[in-house]
Design a protein around this ligand. Structure first.
Ligand SMILES: O=C(O)CCC(=O)C(=O)O
Length: 242
């Protein structure tokens, strides 16, 4: 599929910190170089977060992952283990029922921690930067080690109203590059392979909201050295309620 460069957009709170004229910086110190619309409604924002913003976000993710409500490896309804460590914020996604709930009834009964305000603001701004709106009430944080992966699937467990409205999923990547697969709304549709590097965002909503996607592999050792960690964090923000 041919890629086209999305119209460049000016973000709120521009500070001009990025010298490169193709970069735009926003209020939280994030910027993006290139926005590609890889399919109608699906945008790859390369370099959406600068290294400082990545470092800050990484520190928050690591704290949360090993905090009092820690990330765990979900067992899904077929009995298989997922190939990521997962922590849901805002609402918990239950891997056995594929439904959202307030507490982790498939694991330890603990409540889903709240989504930090800065995370929600970042997701909102990223959605806005491609002309979409999102008021996220769910953030699924996944940690992939060298063997991490995720099979092709649709994100379709949010409320029907949210899905019908085409409210986007906003994904933010940190650490090692992932081979991200992005297909169509049918499993058999052709799939593109996209490299999601540290600091990239990917937003899919509207006609792309129910597109199949997954992660075929992680490329070990590709994280920016300044982050000082192995593996990959991915955060996906969604809006369950409208
Ligand atoms: O890790 C990624 O880039 C994709 C994550 C994903 O597909 C999901 O959380 O549903």
């Amino acid at each position: 599929m041919s890629r086209r460069r999305a119209r460049s957009r000016v973000l709120l709170g521009v500070t001009g910190k990025c010298a490169d004229s193709t970069r735009v910086i926003g209020p939280a110190g994030w910027c993006y170089r290139t926005t590609m619309e890889v399919a109608p409604g699906a945008f790859h924002l390369q370099g959406a977060l600068d290294v400082d913003a990545q470092r800050e976000l990484f520190a928050r993710c690591r704290f949360l992952m090993d905090g009092p409500v820690a990330a765990y490896v979900p067992v899904v309804r077929g009995g298989g283990k997922m190939h990521v460590r997962m922590l849901c914020l805002g609402r918990h996604w239950n891997g056995k029922t594929y439904r959202y709930e307030a507490i982790r009834s498939d694991f330890d009964g603990q409540p889903a921690p709240p989504i930090p305000d800065e995370f929600r603001a970042l997701a909102r701004r990223l959605a806005e930067s491609v002309g979409m709106t999102l008021d996220p009430d769910v953030c699924i944080m996944n940690y992939y080690d060298n063997e991490g992966r995720m099979g092709l699937h649709q994100d379709k467990d949010e409320s029907e109203r949210s899905l019908v409205a085409g409210l986007p999923v906003v994904s933010v990547s940190l650490g090692d590059t992932a081979r991200f697969l992005f297909g169509g709304t049918k499993r058999r549709d052709a799939v593109q392979t996209i490299s999601l590097a540290s600091g990239d965002a990917f937003v899919f909503g509207g006609p792309a909201r129910l597109c199949y996607h997954g992660v075929s592999r992680i490329l070990p050792g590709t994280a920016p050295p300044a982050l000082g960690f192995d593996g990959r964090f991915n955060l996906t923000f969604r809006q369950y309620d409208v």
